[in-house]
Each structure stands twice: as C-alpha cells, then as structure tokens.
Design a protein around this ligand. Structure first.
Ligand code: SF4
Ligand code: SF4
Ligand code: SF4
Length: 281
C-alpha cells in the first residue's frame, strides 16, 4: 500500500507501531502444523531421494513451508502453478543428472498445474510430480475447489501419464518405496500423496482417541524425532538420560495425534496411548 500510495502521489497515513519488547519474541523458521500430512510426505521423500542429489521445484500452498529446514523440500518457488513448468525446464539442462521433482498441492494443481503437466508430457520430460493432496485449499481459508468432483489420478492419466500411483501420506514406509521406484522411471511420473489437512480433519472428526508419547526411560537421546520432522508438538522435556542426552517430550496440548513420529523414532520408543475423551486437551 505504501508503494502504491507513492505511485499515485497520495499521502497515506502510516500508523506508528512501537517495536516489540525483545524478550517476548523468539526466532523460529516457518513450520507446518502438528499432524500436517505434508510433513509425512516430505519425510518419505527425504528418505527416498538424498537431499544433495535432487532438485525440488515447489509451488504455492502450505507445503511451501517444507522448503525450510529440516525438511528442505523446495529449492525454488515462483508463483502458482510454476512448479511444473520450471521443473520441466530444469530437466532440459544438458548434463544435469539429478532427479527433478515438482511438488504441487491438489487445489493448485486444478488452478494452474494442469497446463504445465501437459507440456511436461509433450516435451517428454524426465520429471517426478508429487501431488500433495490434502483435500483442502488450506492456506487461503478452505474455499472449495474442483477436487471435490474430480480425480487427480484420472486427470493425470487422461493427459497421457502412464506411471501414476496414489499413496497414503501417513504410511511413510510405503510412500518411500513408491517414490524410490518412480523417481527413476522414464518420462513423467506422478505420485498423488493423499492425507487430509489435519486442521480440517480434526474440525470435522475431532481428535483420534490414540495419542503418542515418548517412553522417556527407553529414549536413547538420538534426536531423530526432533531433527527430521520438525513437529511443533515435539519439544525438550528438560530431562536427560543416564548418558546426559536430552530427552524430548510430546506436548499433548499441541499433538494432533497423526502418529508420524512413531514411524520416525528408530528405537520404537514413541508409542501410542489410548486416552479418554477430553482427558488430554
Ligand atoms: S493448515 Fe492443514 S495443510 Fe496447512 S500446514 Fe496446517 S495441517 Fe498442513
Ligand atoms: S527418536 Fe526416539 S530414541 Fe531418538 S530422541 Fe526421539 S524418542 Fe528418543
Ligand atoms: S503424533 Fe507425533 S508427529 Fe503427529 S502431531 Fe503428535 S507429536 Fe507431531
């Protein structure tokens, strides 16, 4: 607005905002909500394709936040629907051998993704498209989109893509296998990673009656859970184990009970726990 007011030579009144008191703010990178399906998809992507040997062209949506550490699933983002055009263009660079992965959400796919896909198929691009289908236009307020009546997998097959798979975002083991298999297939491949936006899911269904907790007596303090998925519900407990390693804890107020962390802990010490309604929130 300030820039526009200068162009039209209008004296826009600018309110004076006092600077915040330093000690009430702390810095942290932008982060996906607890229980977000995109976190699970990017966790599987990171296990399947090394970060150093891939190019990820991402797009506009909540999943753009996956570009931040530790997920690092996004080297570039330009504008809505650009992931496919840019990704397809990157595959044409001579001597560039790292796999190129385009990431787009379901509503952005319907909005401006399809033309880029059609051109990628036409140009015979060596491209993996990961559609992160959260069944919502979550970032901009949950407005309806054509995904309510159309199938992405059908549309993708309809424009000539032969390698098409659908996976459950909250099954990272299976997602990893499919990504590993599809990333090197010839031509354009598409994986639709389906997992509902956790905000939308919980609003409609309420929280599941199974939560997750760290068995602190068995935690070895490897911090895989903290460092790999950046779920805001996983935090430091303030306790250390006998080897002096800090032990994480799951904040039951923030946890959206998706269960991803139980797949991530290599020692199996993040375990499900039944709760009675309202007992933990
Ligand atoms: S609003 Fe939904 S899709 Fe967006 S970050 Fe939160 S859980 Fe994920
Ligand atoms: S990944 Fe498991 S063992 Fe490692 S710190 Fe987290 S809870 Fe503990
Ligand atoms: S179950 Fe684990 S990953 Fe899912 S929201 Fe709770 S702490 Fe986060």
């Amino acid at each position: 607005m300030l820039g526009l007011s200068k162009v039209v030579d209008y004296d826009l009144p600018v309110p004076s905002i006092p600077p915040p008191e330093e000690d009430i703010l702390f810095s942290r990178p932008p982060v996906l909500c607890p229980g977000c399906p995109h976190r699970a998809t990017f966790y599987a992507l990171n296990k399947a394709v090394p970060k150093r040997h891939r190019i990820v062209s991402t797009d506009i949506g909540c999943y753009t936040l996956g570009a931040s550490p530790p997920l690092n699933a996004g080297h570039l983002v330009i504008c809505m629907g650009s992931s496919l055009g840019i990704g397809s263009g990157l595959t044409q660079i001579p001597h560039q051998t790292d796999p190129v992965i385009a990431v787009i959400g379901d509503s952005t796919f319907w909005h401006t993704g399809l033309p880029g896909l059609v051109n990628a198929v036409y140009n015979k691009s060596q491209l993996l498209l990961l559609v992160v289908d959260n069944s919502a236009t979550a970032m901009t307020g949950f407005q309806p989109n054509p995904g309510e009546m159309l199938s992405i997998a059908d549309a993708v097959r309809g424009v000539g893509v032969e390698n098409v798979a659908e996976v459950d975002a909250f099954d990272p083991k299976r997602s990893l296998e499919v990504i590993k298999e599809y990333v090197n297939r010839k031509g354009v491949s598409v994986i639709v990673s389906k997992g509902e936006c956790r905000i939308q899911f919980v609003r409609r269904e309420g929280l599941p009656d199974t939560t997750y907790e760290v068995e602190s007596s068995r935690c070895v303090g490897c911090h895989t859970c903290v460092n790999r998925i950046a779920c805001p519900a996983i935090m430091w407990s303030g306790k250390k184990n006998e080897k002096g390693k800090e032990i994480p804890v799951i904040d039951q107020f923030l946890c959206a009970r998706c269960g991803l962390c139980s797949h991530v802990c290599p020692y199996g010490v993040i375990v499900p726990k039944k709760v009675t309604d309202g007992a933990d929130k």
